[in-house]
Design a binder for this molecule. Structure first.
Ligand SMILES: [Fe+2]
Ligand SMILES: [Fe+2]
Length: 187
C-alpha cells in the first residue's frame, strides 16, 4: 500500500505544481481586475497544495516520485487549447470539480493515513473557494459571451474530463483501485 500511496501522493503533488504553473502564467498576463485578483490567490493556493503534499510524503517517510505526465496535459489534448478567458475558466471549473471529488473520495477511504486525511481536509477548504470564485466569474462573463455559449463550453470540457478520467482510472487501476473501491469506504 505504501508504494501506491507514494505514487498517488506524488501524482497529486505533480498536478498541484502543474496547476500553479498554469495559473501563474495567467496571473502575469491578465489585465488588472477581479479575475486577475482571484486568479493570483488561486495560483498561490495551488503552490501551497504542492507543498502540503510534499510535507505529507515526508511525514510518511516517502520521497516524491518524478512524474512524467500531468492530468492537465491530457485534458488539453482531449479538449483543445482554450483560447479566451471564458474557456480557460470553464476548463478550470470542470477540473476543480474533478479534483474535489477525487480528494473527497480519497478522504473517505477506510484506514487512510492521518497525514493524507489532514492534508485533504486543509486543501478542500481552498478547493471549495476555487469552485466558488470561478463559478461567479463565469456568471459575470455570460454578459459578454452569452449564457448559452458558456453552458456549451462547460459541457464540452465536462465531456473531455469524463473521457480523460476514465482512461486515467483504467491505466492506473492497480495504484488507485483502493481509493475507488466502494468496499474500502469508511461508510
Ligand atoms: Fe489544489
Ligand atoms: Fe484548485
Amino acid at each position: 500500500m505504501t508504494e501506491h500511496d507514494r505514487w498517488i501522493l506524488s501524482f497529486y503533488r505533480h498536478s498541484e505544481i502543474s496547476g500553479a504553473q498554469f495559473f501563474a502564467r495567467l496571473a502575469k498576463t491578465l489585465p488588472a481586475g477581479p479575475i486577475q485578483h482571484d486568479l493570483t490567490k488561486h495560483f498561490a493556493d495551488e503552490s501551497q497544495h504542492a507543498w502540503y503534499w510534499t510535507k505529507a510524503l515526508d511525514e510518511m517517510g516517502l520521497e516524491p516520485l518524478k512524474m512524467t505526465f500531468a492530468y492537465q496535459d491530457q485534458y488539453l489534448e482531449a479538449a483543445g487549447m482554450p483560447t479566451n478567458i471564458m474557456e480557460i475558466l470553464s476548463l478550470t471549473q470542470v477540473f476543480e470539480r474533478r479534483i474535489i471529488s477525487q480528494y473527497a473520495r480519497h478522504g473517505r477511504v477506510k484506514d487512510v493515513h492521518p497525514a493524507i486525511k489532514a492534508t485533504i481536509n486543509t486543501i478542500m477548504e481552498d478547493e471549495k473557494w476555487h469552485i466558488h470564485w470561478v463559478g461567479e466569474a463565469l456568471k459575470g462573463l455570460e454578459e459578454s459571451f452569452g449564457a448559452e455559449r458558456v453552458r456549451k463550453t462547460y459541457e464540452h470540457y465536462r465531456q473531455a474530463d469524463e473521457a480523460v478520467y476514465e482512461r486515467f482510472v483504467t491505466e492506473h487501476e492497480e495504484r488507485i483501485g483502493h481509493i475507488l473501491d466502494k468496499q474500502n469506504y469508511a461508510f
